[in-house]
Structure formats: C-alpha cells, structure tokens
Design a protein around this ligand. Structure first.
Ligand code: HPA
Ligand code: ZN
Length: 341
C-alpha cells in the first residue's frame, strides 16, 4: 500500500483522546450558514469559499477576532447542540474515544445568551454521543483572559449551578499582557470547589507564564506550552513531573507560532521525555481535526509508528480519566499497536 495511505489509516484508526478543543472552534462554514439562516442573521460573507479565504491569520489576535464573530450566530440550545454533535460525529470517524472540550461562556453571556442555553445544548450532545458512539467526555469552562478577574468570578459563580456538568476550568483568549497571575484568586476558588484546573500558557506568551500557571494557578495541565522549551529548568520540571502539554500543531502553524511544521517542537518534546499530546484546538479554522494534526506533523517531522503510538498513549495518560479508565483505554491502544506490527 502507498506509504502515506497506510500511515493515514494507522493514525486514523489508533484509539486516541483529544484534550485541547474549543467547541466554538469546530464551527464549520456550512453549519454557520445554516444556523445564520434559521436565526435570520446576515453573515458578512456570501459563500463558504469566501469564509475559507478569510481564514488567514498573522497571529492569535487576528484569529480570535474572527472566531468570536463566528460565534455570534449561535443563539438557541439547538444551535449549541448541532455545533457539538457535528464535532462528535467527526471525531467518531477518527476513532477518538474520549474528548475533553472547552467552551467559552463569556463569548455568549456577554451578548445576552443565557449560560443555561449554552451548556444545555453542549451537554446533551455529549450525553447522546456517549450513548450512540461510546465517546466519553469532560467539559471545561474557560475564562477569557482579556476580560477582568471580576468577570471570571462572575462566570465561575454561574458555573456552580451546573456543577454536575462541568468538570474543570481553563484560561484562554489573548495571552500576551494577560498573565496567569491575573486569575490567581479565581483559580484558588475553582480548586477549592473541586474543579480540575488547566490554562493556556506559552503559546504566544513567554516561559514565565508557564511557571505562573504551574506555581500560582496550580494547574494540572498546560495547554500549548511550546515556549516552555525556552527554559531548561522548566523543561526538566515538566518532564519530571509528567505535566501533560496539549500541543496543537496545525494551530501553531496557522497562527504563526511556528514558521513551518518542519520546525515544530513536538519531536523535541518527546525526546526530552515530556508528556506531549496532539490536538486540534479550533479545527474548523485551522484546517484539520485530530487525524490531520497527527498526519501532517508526522510527515513534516518524520515520525515513526512508535512515535504515533507514544502520542496516542500520552493522550490517555494526560487525560482526566480515572486510573482504571486510563488502564482500559491504554490496553486498547496497546492491542491495536500489536495488531498492526
Ligand atoms: N489560544 C487562546 N485562545 C483560544 C485559542 C487558542 O489557541 N483557541 C480558542 N481560543
Ligand atoms: Zn486553545
């Protein structure tokens, strides 16, 4: 068989988890048009092609401006359900068995959509996918770091009403100039209430922000974390403590965190013993879901099947599944790998 087809099949079929995914970032242009139409909202684009050609970004902020604008057409619980369901159907076709997804409550509550509308749509799709596809999930509400500490506290408070549906809290949006320290007290409160904690750090911001996320926010996982490699002591700590990094190669390429995939630090991270994982971040905007992220990175960095196997194992090791659930999933990865040799 053609080497690339065989690698693609191997990647697509290996059991894996996704740990860094913004549900608003899965909004495909086709669905955006459909939902805009039923909500009688006029998009500023005339076609799917026009939307695709607008997706050219020089940095994180240029992307965020377009991403928040896209989310404006999401109004009803059904809209959030459909958005989430489409993503789950897609990852089911890529043999993702477990997903931990972010949603940004403030993107919606700030334009008058109820927190309950947003979370109900997402939650019901997640439960339906568990029943229909056997996909398990965690739901993480993420604070927008360009907004104030007070706004984040207010959002956390609203989340308490849905304590049974929300597993953790995260921190995303414009990184530079909005260090983790700004949200220390919010994260203290979230941890004391039993939420899992993680934060985007070291995507555009410096290694110092990764230190802050670990030491001040006491996060259990770092989203992105690329810039950790600028700091040897930090690199050693992340490897020793096996703090998972949820790396997003196609996002890094599209937001110019790396110049090209050949220069992506993923392989270096693995070589240094870091628990690095591969994820899609905002697949509708960056041109690929999990399989495409693994495949394009594998081709650019010459990754072997052993590397892919390691990354699939890492995706479960770095997840928030219980140790029994992890063992079961890892057994499935091992069994698949043995069957392919
Ligand atoms: N970084 C920060 N905020 C985000 C991202 C990201 O990659 N995706 C969606 N919100
Ligand atoms: Zn992200």
């Amino acid at each position: 068989m053609d080497k690339n087809i065989s690698l693609k099949n191997f990647i697509n079929n290996i059991p894996k988890a996704e740990l860094h995914l913004h549900i608003e970032g899965t909004f495909e242009p086709e669905l955006m048009f459909k939902i805009a139409e039923r909500n009688k909202i006029k998009l500023k684009y005339n076609s799917v092609d026009e939307i695709h050609s607008a997706y050219k970004f020089n940095n994180l902020q240029e992307f965020l401006d377009i991403y928040y604008e896209g989310a404006n057409v999401l109004i009803t619980e059904q809209d959030f359900y459909d958005l989430t369901w489409e993503y789950l159907e897609k990852i089911h076709s890529q043999n993702v068995l477990h997903t931990e997804i972010f949603f940004d409550p403030q993107t919606h509550t700030d334009r008058g959509i109820e927190f309950s509308t947003v979370i109900s749509g997402i939650h019901h799709a997640l439960k339906d996918a568990e029943r229909e596809f056997g996909i398990t999930s965690k739901l993480i509400m993420s604070f927008l770091r360009h907004l104030s500490e007070e706004d984040a506290f207010d959002t956390l408070q609203q989340g308490f009403k849905f304590r049974d549906w929300i597993d953790g809290v995260g921190l995303d949006s414009s990184e530079a100039g909005n260090p983790p320290s700004k949200f220390k007290r919010v994260f203290d409160k979230a941890r004391s209430e039993g939420f899992l904690v993680m934060a985007h750090a070291g995507e555009e911001g410096p290694a110092e922000y990764v230190w802050e996320a670990l030491d001040l926010l006491k996060v259990q996982r770092i989203d992105h974390g690329n810039r950790s490699l600028d700091d040897e002591q930090l690199t050693r700590r992340i490897a020793e403590e096996q703090i998972a990094l949820t790396v997003c190669p196609l996002s890094n390429l599209k937001l110019r965190v790396v110049k090209n995939l050949e220069e992506h630090p993923l392989k270096t991270m693995l070589d240094k013993g870091i628990l690095a994982t591969v994820n899609s971040d905002d697949p509708a905007y960056f041109g690929g879901y999990v399989t495409e992220n693994y495949l394009e990175t594998a081709q650019a960095l010459n990754l072997s099947k052993e590397h892919i196997y390691q990354l699939a194992r890492n995706s479960f090791e770095g997840s928030f599944l219980s140790s029994e659930e992890k063992s079961k999933m890892l057994e499935r990865v091992d069994e698949y790998f043995r069957s392919q040799k």
